[in-house]
Design a protein around this ligand. Structure first.
Ligand SMILES: [Zn+2]
Length: 297
């Protein structure tokens, strides 16, 4: 019997919320699209990373409802608010449990604490976001008897990143460990001293031998081919290391990345991450939290 019989998945990519301000090249700021995955059997379903605003939650919730399955769990890959601030609304609508690793739950509390200084200054319509996520024994849970494994991969674009591995689908729901056609948020390198830990995380995803990867930030026109998205995510980090050596200013780095990746979405996130990396370089004694806030606002 095919292990994936009666098990499948579908992906919903949201629209970024409205935002004020301009990028160095004059274009309006806009956050990156974020992907939610619905993994479902004949009866039940599990949803990942349900987004940030009440508007996003309503549209996503209608899409989930149309699948006609019983939503048992909502899984959060990592603590960044764009992936989970709306989780409570979806959990309430469907009567679902919110699941995450212990590390993600720690980071969720950190994001909730920075909401008034960062997220609420950028976006309206973020609903109340109490942290109600729970861990599961051994970082494993099931969907109609199929294993769902939470794999902790360490720092990537966030501390304490995880991915969700569904062996029967040869699928990894990768959160922000793997990107797909979207500029990557590079600021965490300032915290952990470079991209080495992120490269290790990519190796851990590859070791799971997935055929399909759902990147948390993606261009919905692109495929979910694991080999391509892994290779492109590595290449993006290699390019970043090269440009950090050759570009002396944040604007220079930003322009060079846009030149190399003209079709990538998410230039606002590129600019924020770039501003952090060059802010730390120019003000090595300054408070990193302040540099991050200034980079986004
Ligand atoms: Zn993200």
């Amino acid at each position: 019997m095919n292990p994936a019989e009666n098990l499948t998945y579908d992906v919903f990519v949201n629209d970024p919320p409205p935002q004020d301000g301009l990028l160095p090249n004059g274009e309006p700021k806009l956050f990156s699209p974020m992907a939610s995955t619905l993994i479902y059997g004949s009866r039940d379903a599990v949803l990942t990373d349900p987004g940030m605003t009440a508007d996003q939650a309503r549209v996503l919730g209608d899409w989930v409802a149309a699948k006609g399955r019983n939503l048992t769990d909502i899984f959060i890959t990592h603590g960044h608010g764009d992936h989970w601030f709306a989780a409570g609304l979806l959990a309430e609508r469907f009567g679902a449990r919110i699941v995450a690793s212990a590390g993600t739950i720690t980071q969720m509390h950190a994001s909730a604490a920075t909401r008034p200084f960062l997220w609420d200054k950028l976006y309206t319509g973020i609903p109340p976001s109490p942290v109600t996520a729970v861990t599961v024994p051994g970082n494993r849970f099931t969907l109609e008897g199929h294993d769902l494994a939470i794999v902790e991969v360490g720092p990537t674009d966030s501390a304490d990143s995880t991915v969700l591995h569904i062996p029967d689908l040869e699928l990894v729901v990768a959160g922000d460990v793997i990107y797909n056609g979207v500029h990557m948020y590079l600021a965490q390198a300032a915290v952990v001293g470079g991209f080495g830990p992120w490269r290790n995380a990519i190796d851990m995803v590859q070791a799971l031998k997935p055929r399909h990867i759902v990147a948390g930030h993606q261009n919905h026109r692109l495929s979910d081919d694991a080999e391509r998205t892994i290779a492109e995510t590595r290449q993006y980090l290699d390019d970043a290391d090269e440009l950090l050596r050759t570009e002396n200013t944040a604007v220079g780095f930003f322009n060079a990345k846009v030149d190399r990746y003209p079709d990538h979405l998410g230039r606002t996130v590129l600019w924020a991450g770039t501003s952090v990396l060059y802010g730390v370089r120019q003000h090595p004694r300054a408070d990193l939290a302040q540099i991050i806030l200034a980079a986004w606002l």
